[in-house]
Design a protein around this ligand. Structure first.
Ligand code: HEM
Ligand code: HEM
Length: 545
């Protein structure tokens, strides 16, 4: 005989593992949730690893950060260094700098962990950047993933600022110069700049507050927000299901891939150790931020060598190449456009990428869900925008490192500055045009391949002496891949008068939308893909080599 209690209570004879699992399941309901999700299919492609590299480097940063926190002293109190690095013994410095020296020379494994933390931060930002590009160029940000794009974008921006606050902590000459740079930028804000700077630094620069404040922001506030965002980001990836590249059998309403458990979990676990291993190897072999070389920060001394980490370089570039325009208004106040304008452009560069999905959606007015990715060539205008944005970013990065370029390539720093000033306006436009042409060229090649097959390089001589190249027909899979994409029609203005003969009013915004849409999908923006009829005609006889 059985009763209800028998069904919920684990059998006393069951193995211990099963009993523990039953106990946990009765309280957490894991079994039901796991059963539903554990075999969830995850599409496979190497470019999906980029998000994972971002994830794993973030975990590595947190692990090493916790270790550093045990020994780092976020204090600007001045002491005489007594540690084991002989050249600095007796030098007056902040406790922050002295403890960074201690981490580097006296704490067991300290230098390696510091280097891993810094290298992982650099790789984390590269991974985020490239992951974002993957998502951008394949159109993975389209409905329903716009919100996840914004979560990701926030992660990128917060990551940049966490990095900045991090490399400002050791209070060496380089980091102090960066903090000084930030003070200058804040001071350039009209009217409230001075108050803001006083508020942030707790008085006159540098004061004694900035490092303890940056410390709380760096180890707690920003990573805490980021952790929450990463979790939300991954939950959304899971909830929306991952996108997939086009291929036979893959549609907008299915997911073809390996099950999460065991295949994907095993791969992901292995990949974590691979990423950790590579970062540890780089950190063990390549020195980064040797703070003892230039010494502690002194406000009366500025390092001419100061370079921000790469992800902040573009903001530095903006300031370095901006002409030093100033206005003294009649009240006697100075407005420093030389710093203020770059400060305003800085968020615009970032915002351009944040709002792109909404801009494209405004153009297409597309309400459908997209789970199938675009091949970048099939979205030439988007791809060209992405490439132009990257080129813009890199032009400014060159500006940020103008001294390095001048030294390494033996160039005049003024020539580089002018190159960046002109390049700021010209390079993105050029890159846009060239990228779009390359995409169209690739589309033409795809069309040609579908209709005439692949060029084999084999030359055949016909009985009457003519030489022809043998073209090999494509497989069904390749034909599918090259023709599966949808080609949109550009938006059109409604007829000038309505059915009652009354003149129709079309606002300037709608007119703009139609023009932009033509730019995206008009006859010059895409090569018509071969139709089934064209294909059959060619295959059924003439024209087929
Ligand atoms: C801490 C930083 C980040 C982590 C840990 C992270 C992690 C991931 C992972 C593991 C995936 C699934 C695998 C993949 O597609 O690569 C993913 C997907 C995605 N990520 Fe991120 N990401 C981060 C930052 C970003 C950024 C900066 C953006 C864009 C601005 C972004 C937008 C997206 C989108 C839209 C998806 C869904 C893509 C799809 O289903 O194809 N993520 N992310
Ligand atoms: C996205 C997250 C993070 C980024 C990008 C980041 C980046 C950095 C960077 C570039 C440095 C300078 C390292 C150097 O060369 O000295 C640094 C220092 C530091 N970070 Fe982080 N960090 C992050 C998260 C964390 C977390 C979560 C903790 C603590 C739990 C932490 C603790 C520290 C400490 C104590 C230092 C000062 C010690 C030192 O400079 O060696 N960080 N961080």
């Amino acid at each position: 005989m059985s009763n209800a209690a028998d069904n919920v209570r684990p059998r006393a004879s069951a193995p211990r593992g099963e009993r523990i699992a039953d106990w946990a399941d009765g309280r957490l309901g894991i079994y039901g949730a796991a059963k539903k999700n554990i075999r969830k299919a995850f599409p496979d492609h190497w470019s999906f690893l980029l998000g994972e590299i971002a994830l794993y480097s973030f975990i590595i940063i947190i692990l090493t950060g916790v270790y550093l926190t045990l020994f780092f002293k976020p204090s600007m109190a001045e002491i005489h260094y007594e540690g084991s690095y002989v050249p600095m013994q007796g030098v007056l410095m902040s406790e922050a700098f002295a403890s960074t020296l201690d981490i580097s020379f006296d704490v067991k494994g300290g230098l390696l962990v510091r280097q891993i933390h810094h290298w992982a931060a650099l790789i984390f930002l590269v991974a985020m950047f490239v992951h974002m590009m993957r998502v951008f160029f394949t159109g993975a940000f389209r409905k329903p993933r716009e919100l996840n794009w914004l979560f990701g974008f926030l992660l990128l921006v917060l990551g940049m600022f966490t990095g900045f606050t991090g490399y400002s902590l050791p209070d060496d000459l380089l980091s102090g110069t960066g903090v000084r740079f930030m003070e200058g930028a804040i001071l350039a804000v009209p009217v409230v700049g001075t108050y803001l700077a006083m508020f942030l630094y707790g008085g006159e620069f540098p004061g004694t507050e900035i490092i303890p404040r940056f410390f709380s922001i760096h180890v707690l506030l920003l990573p805490g927000i980021m952790l929450g965002l990463v979790v939300a980001h991954l939950i959304l990836v899971f909830y929306h299901k991952h996108t997939q590249y086009p291929g036979p059998g893959r549609t907008n309403s299915n997911v073809v891939g390996f099950p999460l458990m065991p295949v994907y979990m095993a791969k992901a676990g292995g990949f974590f150790f691979l990423v950790f291993g590579v970062i540890a190897m780089i950190s063990a072999a390549v020195q980064i931020n040797p703070v003892w070389v230039i010494g502690p920060y002194r406000p009366d001394q500025v390092s001419t060598n100061a370079q921000p980490d790469w992800y902040m370089g573009f903001s530095e570039g903006l300031i370095r190449v901006m002409p030093g325009w100033e206005w003294v208004i009649p009240t006697g106040h100075t407005i420093n456009f030389g710093v203020f304008i770059p400060l305003m452009i800085f968020p615009l560069v970032l915002a351009a990428i944040a709002v792109y999905p909404f801009f494209e959606n405004w153009v297409t007015k597309d309400q459908r869900e997209h789970h199938l990715l675009d091949r970048p060539r099939n979205a030439p205008t988007r791809t060209a925008f992405g490439a132009a944005w990257i080129s813009w970013y890199f032009v400014m990065l060159v500006g940020g490192g103008n001294d390095l370029w001048a030294i390494f390539f033996d160039l005049s720093i003024n020539a580089i500055t002018w190159f960046v000033r002109i390049g700021f306006f010209v390079v993105p436009v050029l890159v846009f045009v060239v990228t779009r042409r390359i995409c169209l060229g690739l589309q033409r090649r795809d069309r040609d391949k579908v209709l005439h097959g692949r060029e084999t390089g084999i030359i055949k001589r016909l009985p009457h002496g003519e030489f022809v190249e043998v073209h090999e027909p494509l497989s069904q899979e390749q034909l599918h891949l090259l023709t599966q994409h949808e080609q949109r029609e550009p938006a059109e203005l409604p007829p000038a008068v309505d059915e009652n003969g009354v003149k129709r009013k079309v606002g300037p915004i709608e007119r703009l939308r139609v023009r932009v849409s033509r730019g995206y999908f008009g006859p010059h923006a895409q090569i018509p893909k071969p139709t089934a009829k064209e294909y059959q005609e060619i295959m059924s006889g003439h024209g087929h080599h």
